[in-house]
Design a protein around this ligand. Structure first.
Ligand code: NPQ
Ligand code: MG
Length: 383
């Protein structure tokens, strides 16, 4: 069933992180997030609201998108086209916007809001919509770069105590080998352990990265720049530890090519990076067909994105633990009434109608930094 977009609200929120999060591209203490609310009207005129979360960071440091740019392209390019398209459902969003190049995170946020509204109207959970059978998924944690190995080990021990079943360590050239060795020593040989370089290495670093093989890591995530597919293929031949792509994978067709070239032995799937949850499912299906293990990445989402990610990660091809940690890993207070928690190392897949969250309006209002409304004629009003 298709519905008409009646009104859109864009809301910016400022979420302080419980501790600074450092990656090879920089350190962050706050998360500036763009939320999208879309009011859909069905044929009888009854209105249901849906929410989406844009995962773009404040700077174009992880990918070319950034949150101010995402808001601009939504207001001035994406929404005018989407609203002109007439009655739609979630599956129509990406095709309707396909002639506008790039901006996957902005597009994904719109598709997500339509999907949430559509599922709420149908009384269906996202997991049921996807055909996901699992009710629990294993929870991994991403640990930032620390200058001091002692501080790093204290942080890792804290996450092990919290019950996380898999540790991911952010790395960059410098103390990488030494810190991986120290963490492996701390957690023992049987705890699943992987690293993420966020593009910090070069093609010539093959023999250096092969030194990680002795620590029996699950994978090395995105060691090289995002456009260096052949470099990753060469590295995959040179290093025993499987090479996993994150930043390089922006579509199903590109993922198929990377797999064929031998550059992608494992895939990190992030719905925002690939233009939405529906494209993420296509990448999942393709990887299952090719025998490539997948796992769900994370972008420090609020309870909105975290709920949707948990449902996606319940699909059968997600055979490795994802970066879907408890909300408290990053935020003291989430904007939803039922934040994602971890019990015995697992997250419960949401079962309520929609993407699987309900907003805590008081908390949401308390972190809101700006709000605009866009009506059917495209008129923008500051709220
Ligand atoms: C990754 N995420 O897999 C990303 C990178 C990322 C959980 O490791 C603020 C600061 C927000 C750094 C969002 C994880 C961020 C950030 C995502 C890094 O590569
Ligand atoms: Mg990554």
């Amino acid at each position: 069933m298709t519905s008409t977009i009646e009104r859109v609200e864009l809301r910016r929120i400022a979420m302080p992180l419980v501790s600074p999060f450092r990656t090879s591209f920089g350190s962050q203490t706050d998360r500036d997030i763009l939320l999208v609310r879309i009011d859909l009207a069905d044929a009888s005129g009854s209105i249901v609201e849906g929410w989406g979360e844009c995962v773009a960071l404040s700077e174009p440091s992880y990918s070319p998108e950034y949150v101010d740019g995402a808001q601009h392209v939504i207001v001035h390019h994406l929404l005018p086209r989407l609203m002109a398209a007439g009655p739609i459902e979630a599956a129509d969003v990406a095709p309707t916007l396909a002639k506008l190049h790039g901006h996957p995170m902005a597009k994904a946020a719109l598709e997500m809001a339509v999907l949430d509204a559509q599922l709420r109207a149908a009384g269906q959970s996202f997991a049921a919509f996807l055909g996901a059978q699992r009710t629990l998924i294993p929870s991994g944690v991403s640990v930032g770069i620390h200058d001091s190995t002692d501080e790093l080990l204290a942080a890792v021990q804290g996450y092990v105590d919290d019950g996380y079943v898999r540790i991911k360590l952010k790395i960059e050239p410098g103390s990488d080998i030494e810190q991986v060795a120290a963490v492996r020593d701390l957690i023992g040989p049987d705890t699943p352990f992987q690293v993420d370089a966020n593009t910090a290495y070069r093609r010539t670093d093959g023999s250096h990265l092969a030194r990680l093989d002795e620590f029996h890591l699950l994978l090395i995530e995105q060691p090289l720049p995002e456009d260096d597919i052949i470099g990753h293929a060469r590295l995959a031949a040179e290093v025993e530890t499987p090479i996993c792509l994150d930043e390089s994978l922006v579509s199903a067709t590109g993922t198929a090519d990377a797999i064929e070239l031998g550059a992608c032995e494992i895939a990190n799937i992030k719905p925002g990076r690939v233009g939405g949850y529906l494209e993420a499912v296509r990448i999942h299906d393709l990887c299952v067909a090719k025998g490539i293990p997948v796992w769900c990445g994370g972008m420090l989402e609020t309870g909105i994105g975290r709920a949707a990610n948990a449902a996606l990660a319940a699909l059968p091809g997600f055979t490795l633990p994802g970066d879907i940690s408890a909300s408290t890993r990053f935020y003291a207070r989430d904007i939803v009434t039922d934040p994602i928690t971890i019990t015995n190392g697992h997250v419960t897949v949401p079962a309520t109608a929609g993407l699987g969250f309900d907003l805590d309006c008081d908390v949401l209002d308390s972190v809101t930094t700006s709000r605009i409304s866009i009506d059917r004629r495209g008129t923008v009003t500051e709220l």
